[in-house]
Ligand binder design. Structure first.
Ligand code: ADP
Length: 486
C-alpha cells in the first residue's frame, strides 16, 4: 500500500487577489490519521482581517453590478475547475481531515453541485411589481447583500464552504472566509481555483488564525452585512450575541442531536445498513448523524444483534488505504469528550455492548481513532441524551408506544435532523409533521441536497442554506413606491 504525501498547495492568506504571509506567524497542521505534521499555515492578525474586509467592500461595487449571466458563468467556471482538480482536492482533504478518500471525493462532488445549482438559482432572482393605485408604482427589488463573512467547520471542510460561497458569489456578494484551523487547506484550494478562474481581486478573501479575534473583527464591522456560520451551538450563540450591535443578517447552521426511530415493520438489515453507513460517514462527526436510536421493543433484540455485527465489521483506518470505511476523529479532545459521555452513561445504567475507547490496533495508536461503539439503554438523565456525540457511537433505547417515542424524540434543545423507518405511511406522515427538526428522512438519511433548504429548529440554528432560501440569504429586499409629477 502506498500512501501519498501532501500535494503542492499554498499555505498563505489570500487578500485582495494576493497570497500573503500572515502577521501572526504560522501554525502547524497535523494529519489526524498519523499524527504527522503536514504543513505550516499562515495566521492573520486583526489588521489583515480588516484589510480583507476592506478589499471585499471595494470589490463589491463592481461585482454586485456585473451582468448576472457573467457572474453565473464565473461560478460555473469555478465549479468546472474544481471538477478537473478533484483528485488533488480529495487527497488534501483526507490528509488534513482524515476521512476516506472516496468520502472526500463525494464531498467535492457535492461542492461542485452546490456551485452549479446556486449559479442557476441566482439567475432566477426576480423582483416583483405589486398592484398599485393609478399614478403609483409598487416595485419589489432584490439587492446583493454586501460583504459576507463566512466561518466554517472542519468536519466537511469543502462542502460547508461551497454551500455558502456558491450562493454568495452568484447573488453578487463579496466574501471574507475563515475556515477551521484543523482544515485550512480544503479552503485554500478553492482560493487557488478562484485565482485560476480570474475571479476579480477582493471578491473572495481568505484569512486564517485566532478564531475568536478574527470573529470579533467580523462581527464588529459595519461593512460586514451578513455572517454565515456553520459550527457548534456554543460558538453560534456567541456570534449571534456579538452580531447584535451591528445588526447583521445571519445564517447559523449549528449542532444537531438526531433521533432515529425504527418501527416494528421496518426491514431490519436494510435499516441497520443505512444507519451504520450514516454513522460511519465522517466517523460520526456530522451534525446530521443519528445520535439517539429508538428501536421498537418487539424487534429490539434482533435489531441490536444485527447492529453489533455490522459495527464489528467496520473497517477503520488511514483514509488513503483501500477498503477503509471510516477514518480517525479530528483530535484527542474529540476522543476525551466521547469517553466522558460513555463513562457518564455507564455510571447511570447504560450498557456498552461493543467498543468504547480509543482504537489502538497496530499503527492506529499514532492517530486519533475511536473504536466504533454500541451502547444500550440510554435515557434522559445522561449527558449522551442531551449533547451531540461526534463519533462512531450508536446510543440505543427501546420504545413501545408511538406517542411516547415521538415525545422523547422531540426532547432535545437541538432540532436539526430526524429519521423514521417504517412501512406504515400513517406513522411516517405523523412523524414528518410532528418531529421538531428542520429536515426529516423517512426511510432514508439523504437530508442535505443543494436544491433543498437545510437548517435547524430550536438551538440548531437560524435561517436555511440550499434551495431558494440559500440564495435569498445573500439578498436584501427593497420596496420602491413611485409617483409621478404632471
Ligand atoms: P467544532 O466544535 O466543530 O470545532 P466550533 O464552533 O468550535 O466547532 O468551530 C467552527 C468554526 O468556528 C471554526 O472555524 C472555528 O475556528 C470557529 N470559531 C471557534 N470559536 C470562534 C469564535 N469565538 N469566534 C469566531 N469563530 C470561532
Amino acid at each position: 500500500m502506498s500512501r501519498k504525501k501532501l500535494p503542492n498547495v499554498k499555505t498563505q492568506l489570500y487578500i485582495d487577489g494576493k497570497w500573503t504571509d500572515g502577521g501572526k506567524g504560522t501554525h502547524p497542521l497535523h494529519n489526524p490519521a498519523t499524527g504527522e505534521e503536514i504543513a505550516q499555515i499562515s495566521k492573520a492578525n486583526k489588521e489583515e482581517t480588516q484589510r480583507a474586509i476592506d478589499a471585499a467592500e471595494k470589490a463589491f461595487e463592481e461585482w454586485s453590478t456585473w451582468e448576472i449571466q457573467d457572474r453565473v458563468d464565473m461560478v460555473h467556471k469555478i465549479a468546472d475547475l474544481i471538477e478537473e482538480d478533484i483528485d488533488r482536492i480529495a487527497l488534501i482533504m483526507t490528509l488534513e481531515q482524515g476521512k476516506p478518500l472516496d468520502q472526500a471525493k463525494v464531498e467535492v462532488e457535492r461542492g461542485i453541485e452546490d456551485m452549479h445549482w446556486s449559479a442557476e438559482e441566482a439567475k432566477r432572482t426576480y423582483g416583483e411589481i405589486g398592484t398599485a393605485p393609478n399614478g403609483h408604482k409598487y416595485e419589489i427589488k432584490k439587492h446583493p447583500i454586501g460583504v459576507a463573512a463566512v466561518i466554517t467547520p472542519w468536519n466537511f471542510p469543502f462542502s460547508m464552504l461551497t454551500r455558502k460561497l456558491g450562493p454568495a458569489l452568484a447573488a453578487g456578494s463579496t466574501v471574507v472566509v475563515k475556515p477551521a484551523a484543523e482544515t485550512p487547506l480544503s479552503a485554500i484550494v478553492i482560493f487557488e481555483l478562484f485565482e485560476k478562474a480570474g475571479l476579480p481581486a477582493g471578491v473572495a478573501n481568505l484569512v486564517m488564525g485566532d478564531a475568536s479575534k478574527i470573529g470579533k473583527v467580523f462581527t464588529d464591522s459595519n461593512v460586514v452585512r451578513k455572517l454565515s456560520f456553520t459550527g457548534s451551538t456554543a460558538v453560534g450563540k456567541l456570534l449571534y450575541e456579538q452580531s447584535a450591535d451591528t445588526m447583521k443578517k445571519l445564517s447559523l447552521e449549528l449542532g444537531g442531536h438526531a433521533p432515529f426511530l425504527v418501527f416494528e415493520d421496518a426491514p431490519i438489515q436494510e435499516t441497520v445498513d443505512t444507519l451504520v453507513a450514516m454513522k460511519f460517514r465522517n466517523s460520526g462527526q456530522a451534525c446530521t448523524a443519528p445520535n439517539r436510536i429508538f428501536v421498537h421493543e418487539s424487534i429490539k433484540e434482533e435489531f441490536t444483534d444485527a447492529l453489533v455485527k455490522a459495527v464489528k465489521d467496520g473497517v477503520f483506518g488511514n483514509g488513503q488505504d483501500d477498503g477503509v470505511e471510516a477514518g480517525p476523529l479530528i483530535n484527542q479532545e474529540a476522543i476525551d469528550s466521547i469517553d466522558d459521555q460513555l463513562n457518564d452513561a455507564e455510571e447511570k445504567g447504560a450498557k456498552i455492548l461493543y467498543g468504547g475507547g480509543q482504537l489502538t490496533d497496530n499503527d492506529l495508536i499514532k492517530g486519533t481513532f475511536y473504536t466504533p461503539t454500541v451502547i444500550d439503554d440510554i435515557n434522559e438523565d445522561m449527558e449522551i441524551w442531551r449533547e451531540e456525540t461526534f463519533g462512531p457511537v450508536f446510543p440505543l433505547l427501546s420504545f413501545s408506544d408511538e406517542d411516547e417515542g415521538l415525545k422523547r424524540a422531540n426532547d432535545s434543545d437541538y432540532g436539526l435532523t430526524g429519521y423514521v423507518f417504517t412501512k406504515d405511511h400513517r406513522i411516517a406522515e405523523k412523524f414528518a409533521n410532528a418531529l421538531e427538526y428542520g429536515a426529516i428522512g423517512l426511510n432514508n438519511t439523504g437530508v442535505a441536497k443543494p436544491s433543498m433548504p437545510f437548517g435547524g429548529f430550536k438551538h440548531s440554528g437560524v435561517n436555511r442554506e440550499g434551495g431558494h432560501e440559500g440564495v435569498d440569504g445573500y439578498l436584501e429586499t427593497k420596496f420602491v413606491h413611485s409617483t409621478y409629477f404632471e
